[in-house]
Write a protein that binds this ligand. Sequence first.
Ligand SMILES: [Zn+2]
Length: 96
Amino acid sequence: MRHPPDPTSKAAIEDSALFFVDTARATVSQEGEAMAYSYCCKDYPGMEACPAAFTAETEAELWKHIELHGATAHQEEPDKWSSEDRQQIKNLIHEM
Ligand SMILES: [Zn+2]
């Protein structure tokens, strides 16, 4: 157990933030994976006005969100997306 730093100094606040990051990482690492994948719909050409953004623990789950969103919000048909379409989306997926 670390002693809580003095909250009045800037260094202490940064140290405190690091402590919380360490704690979060420790919790996630019990599951093995600390990776996340994100996608912002507005990054796709022609979708600049769309506010939707998704983050998921796995790329497979993220694709489900993208497909559902495409079908729901943009009347897309994910079943008919070509490998080029999917590659273009994949290029916009960020690992966090
Ligand atoms: Zn969208």
